[in-house]
Design a protein around this ligand. Sequence first.
Ligand SMILES: [Zn+2]
Length: 411
Amino acid sequence: MFDLLFKEVHCLFREETLDVGVKNGKIEYVGISGSAPPAAETVEAGGRMLLPGLVESHIHLDKAYLLEQMGREATTLEEAIQITAALKRGYTREDILRRSEKVLAKAVAAGVTHMRCHAEVDPIIGLSSMETMLELKRKWEHVLTLQIVAFPQEGIFKEPGTAGLMREALSAGADAVGGIPYNDLDADKHLDFVFGLAVEFGKPADLHVDFSDDPNQRDILKIVRRTLDCGMQGKVAVAHLTSLGSVSEPEAREIARMIAEAGIAVITLPMTDLYLNGRADKEKIRRGLTPVRLLREEGVRVIVGSNNIRNAFTPFGRGDPLDSARLLAQTAHLGLKADVGLLLDMVTEEAANALEIDGYGIRPGGDADLVLFDAFHPGEVLFEVPGRIGVWKKGRKVASSLVHTELSVFK
Ligand SMILES: [Zn+2]
């Protein structure tokens, strides 16, 4: 007998309604509705959409909700970095915990069961953010699986002492090596260090790359070369990559093909990219996004993340990955029916593949990490901001988030 049975659910890319049976935290059964054996607990879904738990592929918990602490506002990337670096000197463990858990609670209520966060590592805060993220990873493990990237936000060689701290962060348990070549003295030296550390510790690399509208900013080419040299195909992700959006189409396609060949995943961050890029354009203002459609046409895996929640880089956001997917639909010309499935895939299966999440997906043997929407079609899930009837982590219900609307005028 199953512990839990979802009756009559709709899943992505399947026409017929299905029953999904769960036992001991794992999915044991997926079959046509009406054929499943009984269960201790049954959820009558009535044709509603069941998705695997959402994946937040790129977020900064340690600098979320800094907006209220800012003495002045930012209108450029440089200002955002400066303002945030100054605030960082005042971080305490309690402060980081409080702001991070505010995001985690909202994300879980939205249906997130897996998240990759970037913990800042530098001489200003040492390993305190890293240690706080490790603490959160343990505390929340039954609710959400947290991957931690050791992230040298202030550069590695611009801030002496960072290299040693990065190595310590990896020894302490970081899941991936972060990087940010555009904020260091020498991109080559920076990337050699990042890839060297990734190879040394056998971890993936996840870098912030080419975040501008400048078509000549092309650190991605250096990353492609190192990915191939180090045999790290499928183990490298790059975020932003917005300068590629300003490159001429034939050249952009050529670069995209190289990215695809190196098996590098691109994480687009529309909330931040649309907000901070294009600001120097006085007319014909560019959107400042990576060319999502072009990348996909050339075979690149593209996923979407939130990046920041309510800070100098991004003064909005609620921790719901579907907000970013919806924004991308509107700004990357992805509004057709087929695009809806693609966008939902970007915050579920495709993200899980890019982040190498084991046991993911609605299939026998998969972890019972699931979210049931109060919606009957993929388009409703993405565009109607529906309630989440339930969010399950390894078969245990961890949240629900229902929307109550009442039209009183005709009563
Ligand atoms: Zn980021």
